[in-house]
Design a protein. Sequence first.
Length: 106
Amino acid sequence: MQINEITASFGATIQIKQYEPISFHSSLKATIETGDDPKKAYKELHLIAKESVRDQVVIAKGIKQEKKAAPVEKSTTSAEALAGAEKRSVITRIQEKKLALKNKKK
């Protein structure tokens, strides 16, 4: 049997607000190159999907905390700057992992 393509998915549901669960899901597809180990490729792809969901949860929890915080003033506080930097960091990590996966295939 020849495996040409794999798909890995991961999902999680969390309760941010009472009676309002939020579901997060990530599904990734990759093409298997000749000589690649399908099991190893699946594990790597599943790990990326799992980390993506975890990052989505972190962002959602950060947004919840920002909404609860009373606005002090219009200027950006260090907490807001940190939350914004964390969100950019999460997106950058996901992009880097996708790029590393592409480069590994070459």
